[in-house]
Ligand binder design. Sequence first.
Ligand code: GLU
Length: 288
Amino acid sequence: MTVPVFRFAPSPNGYLHLGHAYSALLNQKMARDVGGRLLLRMEDIDRDRCSPELEAAMLEDLRWLGMTWEGPVRRQSEHFPVYREALERLTAMGLVYPAFMTRGEVKRTTEASEQGIEGWPRDPDGALLYPPGDRHLSDVEQARRIADGGEPYALRLDNDRALDTIQGTLSWEEDIPRHGIVEARPQDWGDVVIARKDIPTSYHLSVVIDDALQGVTHVVRGKDLFHSTSVHRLLQHLLGIDPPIYHHHELILDHDGEKLSKSRKDTSLRELRHAGTTRQQIVDMVGL
Ligand code: GLU
């Protein structure tokens, strides 16, 4: 029997908070319960917001929390060639196009459309779907705008074409508390960014590739990423990757029922630690 592999995959763009503590400790607990391995991955593709100092602070907080993981830590910023290769495969399949519109242009285009911005479809995170204009540019026009060099562009996945490659539907196995099969709905996401303006990847692309390369069998993460799993299933299908089992856990919310954020001081592990909170108190606070 293969040994289950779990991972905790924070982005070092701020300090860890109670929500991360819950996710990290739950991963550790679930891995231990089944005699599995636990890996740590730094999702640091955003070179502007992530830094070695923040990564060092995260490692310190995790150690203080009593987390242990199997090394080495995988840093996404060290693997851009691997993501580029996957991007080239998707491009060769005719599924990728350069998207030139800024967020402001997307907004203005949808406002000027027949249905208006209110009637324009949005993705499960509430963002406006990318308008179709760039998807239909001719190869010559694409090449001209890229060669001009002045316009930054992201690379997006042509959702319609990608969906055409699916026979039947895609689904994934969701673990406890409600074990079952979930039908993926990649159609709800429109043309997602698979390479950001400055780098040859995006969250969606690198998470799918890394989970596969690291042999992850159980993805345990917050339910704010539940809908993203539909995009991940689509990318796995296109790249010939077997999906892991997913477990989307509850989120730790603040008193107002809002999701915690890295910019908040009161729930940061550093602040709590410096204020004298013990590890056991954190474990109790997150209900583990
Ligand atoms: N890096 C993501 C975050 O910090 C988590 C990604 C994942 O677990 O799939 O929100």
